[in-house]
Design a protein around this ligand. Structure first.
Ligand code: ADE
Length: 239
């Protein structure tokens, strides 16, 4: 998978060299390239923003540098992801979908956003997705691009050593993960639930499932499908 990131703060993407994405890079599974959008701004101050037509607060990112960047990188056939608080919420399902792409180009907006014609132009040449990291406003799309990259890259076939841990983790089966324990069996007066020491794999699987359903119902009732039995699970109101 090839990933290009267009940003006016390329240093923000330095963590891509580390940990998960760094490992995927070393294995040759992903090729990440970070580009400074200002290289496609040609005035003395390398201006990338201007005042909004129609008035209002803040600045809007100008279309020309984006257009030139798209031309030089060649976005044809890619999925161009605009990270924006007005996009589709990012979920594990979206991550799985993006993990099937050959090429992703992240367009990280700043200020009040990017001139709409940049998205319209990209849509004539590539698949365009607008994705939000969550219902809050960041200073720009860089942190969202980092988070999305990390969630996507670990799903690229060949990346995770242990495929089982992918299947069992939070959100992959639509539930939050059950609590986990390791040695010692007793620690500061807290004991590991006895069923986990029983060696009874059926009982352990049933306990874990029940814990996952209980946790999900309590913390994220919006994720629980009506078909899941919830006897004995107290559902607290969402604050
Ligand atoms: N840019 C600013 N806020 C954002 C958010 N919540 N998600 C994605 N990009 C953003």
């Amino acid at each position: 998978m090839r990933i290009d990131v267009l940003t006016i703060f390329p240093e923000y993407l330095a963590p891509l060299e580390l940990s998960l994405a760094g490992k995927a890079r070393e294995k040759g599974l992903i090729d990440v390239r970070v580009h400074d959008l200002r290289q496609w701004a040609h005035d003395k101050h390398r201006t990338v923003d201007d005042t909004p037509y129609g008035g209002g607060a803040g600045m809007v990112m100008k279309p020309e540098p984006w257009g030139e960047a798209f031309d030089e990188l060649g976005i044809e056939g890619a999925t161009v992801v605009f990270t924006t608080p007005s996009g589709q919420p990012f979920t594990q399902a979206v991550a799985r979908d993006l993990a099937s792409r050959e090429r992703i180009v992240f367009a990280c907006g700043r200020y009040e956003g990017i001139d709409q014609r940049v998205l319209d132009e990209a849509a004539t040449r590539a698949e365009v997705r607008e994705i939000s990291l969550g219902d809050y406003v960041l200073n720009g799309g860089e942190v969202a691009a980092l988070a999305i990259t990390e969630a996507v890259v670990r799903l690229v076939p060949g990346f995770m050593g242990n495929a089982e841990s992918l299947v069992e983790e939070s959100h992959e089966d639509g539930l939050l993960e059950y609590p986990v324990y390791t040695k010692p069996a007793a620690w500061r007066g807290h004991d590991v639930p006895p069923v986990l020491l029983s060696g009874d794999h059926g009982a352990i699987a049933a306990w874990r499932r029940e814990q996952a359903v209980r946790r999900t119902a309590q913390r994220r009732p919006d994720l629980v499908h009506p078909s899941v039995p919830l006897e004995g699970v107290e559902i607290r109101p969402v604050q």
